[in-house]
Design a protein. Structure first.
Length: 163
């Protein structure tokens, strides 16, 4: 039984009975603050997998795994990067399988992915970000294991990372 306090209008994507007119003047007078974030430079980063979701690509509607990655180190800490695995060819499926393996998730069949997405959350990775023209690509290099009891990545604690 739905809780009336949180009922929404699914067609509109929000609640239909909330009157926002009381905020109209404040909204009209609120300045728009320009935010000019520098692009995240190309290079190696240590990240945490914040979110993964199965969705569809905007252009062709192909199945896609969307990764949200939060940078832990060495710079741009707290900023987000995204990786997209579109599933439209054998090569793309092979790349996804390798990405999942890098994260420690080995599946017998791809159809098991949706039931195992939570196993990808909070995985720490070393990634490489590269830009070619207008395209940004994020490559998953390797999984980073933190020492027991350590909650944040310390690049000085891993000897094979050249930072």
């Amino acid at each position: 039984m739905p809780n009336n306090e949180f009922e929404t209008n699914p067609a509109a994507g929000g609640t239909g009975d909330i009157d926002l007119s009381q905020f109209d003047e404040d909204y009209t007078n609120a300045p728009i603050e320009e935010r000019d974030f520098e692009d995240i430079p190309d290079g190696k980063y240590q990240v945490n997998v914040e979110r993964v979701e199965l969705t569809k690509s905007k252009t062709a509607g192909n199945p896609m795994l969307k990764w949200t990655l939060r940078i832990l180190a060495p710079h741009c800490r707290g900023r987000l990067l995204w990786r997209y695995n579109v599933l439209a060819s054998k090569d793309q499926i092979k790349w996804l399988k390798n990405d999942l393996h890098t994260c420690g998730l080995d599946l017998d069949k791809l159809s098991d992915l949706s039931a195992n997405l939570e196993k990808l959350l909070n995985v720490k990775l070393e990634i490489n970000k590269r830009t070619r023209g207008e395209n940004e690509n994020v490559y998953l290099n390797k999984r980073i294991e933190l020492a027991e009891g350590v909650e944040e990545y310390d690049p000085g604690s891993v000897s094979d990372i050249p930072f």
